[in-house]
Design a protein around this ligand. Structure first.
Ligand code: MTE
Ligand code: MO
Length: 546
């Protein structure tokens, strides 16, 4: 059999495995699809430095890059399994079994894994074994009926006669007398029936496709999407004031004050978005509390609701980077929920967990100090997008997302920093992550070519929960000049700024920015990398004026 045919058998068996495991995952409502579990395990095992590299290099495409990589590796393994199976079916089956063991281990080591989660892996591997067996048999063994799929009998009439056992698998004629199938299996040139193999391949692909589509339909994705679209957002008892007129300078190319949901950056470890139906969602609050509680979505909606403009940013945002956005969040007070549960003395950390097992450690004192720490379900006037934590997430002004903004949150354990550790802490990130005062130049873009004359320089600055008091810009290390600040409705959002009196002269120029927050702290030029607790330094852009 030509190598391509052996590889094809392996690939089709692999596709059957993926399709059937998706179907099984949908049927048993298992959270862990093996390919994704392997991917997630790979993400978790990746050293922090490499992960930073991936985020910097691939940006928000890192998930696509990783998934594509996993699928390419899987395809190569599947092709190899096919080659082994053609040599000896047992080798191929052993290869699949080994792969199944890796899959089961990956699934079971996911946080919150249940035994039922191995079902997709086991079903997928079993289906692949069956497919491998059938396809090799189809391609190698003679067909059941005398003329079922053999080559048409040639003019010389070499086809099998009457009651003889089938021998139509082609090739026979070339090697003289028919060989009994049993002997033929292990030695000598394999007969190979391309047509039968291709029919088997089509069958396998059809099974894989149908199972995969059915699995997707059962995955709950459609129901969750429908629940989200059908959700009516209640009016908050404490609505945020309408945005002041001067909050948005409305300059083309400058980040709008409110980041539209579809433009809002996304950072999380989820390779596949958790699908959480609000009807099934609960939030369990336990640990160092007087009265552990479990809230349903309906319970949450019955609580006093509030709205707040909060700018969220990521600790892995480089100076000048894109991982920041501002939204109007709707939800209920996290402090209120905690007070009802009764936080015990000595507790200093909230260890929150998402539906997919990610964890986050938030200082209790910050959440209880009166700021708008929310359990949010609305974002800019709609239900939270699935990518941003539907149905419920945390938002805490003044803290980086990794220590505050748990999406798909389902559990909050009241505990202590010296007893518990959140996801990123052992990977080299600080246990506490207050936002550092920062500023960014949006206009002109770095590397831009601009015409001489009056040129607008504009950007955003942020120091959540402290507030931005001043922004200064300098050109070619000259005098700092004050930027004009847009109105900020509260200290919890970023603030737009603009310098509109720069007279750009021909040549290349460097523009730098620094902000001063309401505590009087001015950003220094000292450069710090994003790890362990956020980048520092002045953002600068270079432009060519010509
Ligand atoms: N469940 C879950 N929540 C999460 C994360 C995650 O990986 N999983 N990442 C956090 C980080 S690091 C950030 S910066 C914010 C980003 O929120 P966004 O994707 O809505 O912008 O979500 C936080 N919440
Ligand atoms: Mo983040």
């Amino acid at each position: 059999m030509p190598p391509w045919a052996a590889a094809l058998i392996g690939l089709v068996s692999g596709a059957v495995a993926v399709g059937v495991s998706l179907l099984a995952a949908g049927l048993v409502k298992a959270s862990a699809f093996p390919v994704v579990a392997v991917g997630n395990a790979a993400v978790d095992l990746t050293p922090a430095a490499l992960k930073d590299f991936a985020i910097r290099t691939f940006g928000e495409n890192d998930k696509m890059v990783l998934l594509t990589g996993i699928f390419l590796v899987l395809a190569a393994i599947a092709a190899a399994v096919g080659v082994l199976a053609v040599r000896d079916l047992r080798y191929g089956l052993a290869g699949l079994a080994a792969f199944g063991v890796v899959g089961v281990l990956a699934v079971l080591t996911r946080p919150g894994a249940a035994v039922v989660d191995v079902v997709p892996t086991v079903a997928g591997v079993a289906a692949a074994m069956f497919a491998l067996h059938r396809l090799t048999a189809r391609a190698l063994a003679p067909p059941a009926g005398p003329r079922e799929a053999g080559p048409p009998a040639g003019p010389h009439g070499t086809g099998p006669s009457g009651g003889e056992p089938a021998a139509g698998a082609g090739g026979e004629e070339r090697y003289g007398a028919p060989v009994p199938p049993v002997m033929r299996a292990g030695n000598g040139p394999y007969p190979f029936d391309r047509r039968r193999l291709l029919i088997g391949t089509l069958g396998g692909v059809a099974v894989a496709g149908a199972a995969g589509v059915a699995g997707r339909m059962l995955s709950g994705r459609a129901e969750v999407a429908a629940a989200r679209v059908g959700m009516a957002l209640p009016r908050p008892a404490v609505p945020a004031a309408p945005l002041p007129a001067g909050a948005d300078l409305k300059i083309r190319g400058l980040s709008p004050f409110v980041t539209p949901n579809h433009d809002f950056y996304r950072v999380d470890t989820a390779l596949v978005l958790p699908q959480v139906d609000p009807r099934d969602w609960t939030l369990r609050i336990h640990g160092m509390v007087d009265r552990p509680v479990e809230l349903t979505f309906a319970d949450l909606m019955k609580r006093p609701l509030e709205e707040a403009d909060i700018t969220l940013c990521c600790v892995s945002n480089e100076v000048g980077g894109p991982y920041i956005g501002n939204a109007r969040w709707l939800g209920t007070s996290l402090a209120g929920v905690l007070r009802d549960a009764g936080v015990r003395k000595g507790a200093d950390m909230l260890l929150s967990t998402s539906a997919d097992g990610w964890t986050c450690g938030t200082p209790v004192d910050v959440v209880l100090d009166g700021r708008d720490a929310l359990l949010a379900f609305g974002m800019n006037g709609e239900a939270l997008p699935v990518a941003h934590g539907f149905p419920v997430r945390q938002v805490v002004p003044g803290l980086y997302g990794y220590v505050s903004a748990t999406k798909w949150v389902t559990e909050i354990k009241v505990t202590r920093f010296d007893r518990d550790e959140a996801y990123w802490t052992p990977k080299g990130w600080s246990a506490r992550g207050p936002v550092k005062t920062q500023s960014r130049i949006d206009l002109p873009r770095d590397g831009a070519r601009v015409a001489p004359g009056r040129t607008v320089i504009a950007g955003v600055a942020w120091a959540q929960h402290k507030g931005v008091d001043a922004v200064e810009v300098r050109i070619d290390r000259g005098q700092w000049r004050q930027a004009r600040l847009a109105v900020a409705p509260t200290a919890d959002t970023w603030r737009q700024w603009v310098v509109d009196d720069w007279d750009a002269t021909p040549g290349s120029h460097t523009i730098e920015v620094r902000a001063t927050d309401a505590t009087g702290y001015t950003q220094t030029p000292d450069l710090a990398p994003v790890a362990p607790d956020g980048a520092t330094g002045w953002h600068s852009v270079s432009v060519d004026v010509a």
